[in-house]
Design a binder for this molecule. Structure first.
Ligand SMILES: Nc1ncnc2c1ncn2[C@@H]1O[C@H](COP(=O)(O)OS(=O)(=O)O)[C@@H](OP(=O)(O)O)[C@H]1O
Ligand SMILES: Nc1ncnc2c1ncn2[C@@H]1O[C@H](COP(=O)(O)OP(=O)(O)O)[C@@H](O)[C@H]1O
Length: 199
């Protein structure tokens, strides 16, 4: 729904001024992958390293956002789309504030990830594919959800009864079978340095 009586308000303190104050550029680190692939683990480890380096960070994490902002949403395709739309909008606010924000959601649909990307300037959206085969995720099963899904207790479970569309050209591609958590952190932080998002 759009409303012609709502007018965009230009803010006095610009995004560029906020960026200059922080000493790094803002970005959205968009982690995507199956449940149990390692999104949360790696996003937390990267955030800890960025924090140690003096960056201003925030982490939007799947389960936590679904307990608050998005607690009205299910795991139907339409509700996943709305989940990702809201997260993309919230993340954009953090980017406007000059923060390096991370989001760790399955975000299974290419079109929804593309839409989150399209809200930001070139270079601000960093898609990080945590590429872990479903057999490995299922063997890890950190929350016991695959066991329940196989038993038919969770409908629309990603990778089993709901689709996951792999990113075609992610900025960063992590294979957790071959990359340790520390190596993944190093890959991501190096990428941010190479793009001069951080010094
Ligand atoms: N049906 C179904 N499919 C997938 N995942 C499920 C489901 N039901 C509950 N969970 C738990 O919810 C977490 C995924 O939520 P997300 O918001 O990241 O999902 S999505 O982006 O809207 O697809 C996911 O967390 P992660 O394991 O951290 O990915 C699960 O713990
Ligand atoms: N190389 C690795 N990278 C990331 N996680 C790993 C790795 N090896 C094992 N794990 C484990 O896999 C699990 C991933 O769970 P989690 O981070 O919650 O995934 P997600 O957020 O994608 O659901 C954790 O228990 C983590 O310790």
């Amino acid at each position: 729904m759009t409303n012609e009586n709502i007018v965009w308000h230009q803010q006095t303190v610009s995004k560029e001024q906020k960026q200059a104050q922080k000493g790094h550029r803002p970005a959205l680190l968009w982690y995507t992958g199956l449940s149990g692939s390692g999104k949360s683990t790696i996003a937390n480890a990267v955030e800890a390293e960025l924090f140690r380096l003096g960056c201003h960070t925030y982490l939007l994490d799947g389960d936590n956002v679904r307990m608050g902002l998005n607690k009205d949403l299910s795991f139907s395709d339409a509700d996943r789309e709305e989940n990702i739309r809201r997260i993309g909008e919230v993340a954009k606010l953090f980017v406007d504030a000059g923060v390096i924000v991370s989001s760790a959601f399955i975000s299974p649909f290419e079109a929804d990830r593309a839409s989150a990307r399209s809200r930001l300037n070139d270079g601000e959206f960093v898609e990080i594919f945590i590429d872990t085969p479903i057999e490995v995720c299922e063997a890890r099963d950190p929350k016991g959800l695959y066991k329940k899904a196989r038993a038919g207790e969770i409908p629309n479970f990603t990778g089993i009864s709901s689709a996951f569309e792999s990113p075609k050209k992610p900025e960063i591609h992590i294979h957790t079978q071959h990359h340790s958590i520390a190596q993944s952190v190093e890959l991501i932080v190096s990428y941010l340095r190479s793009k001069q998002i951080i010094k």
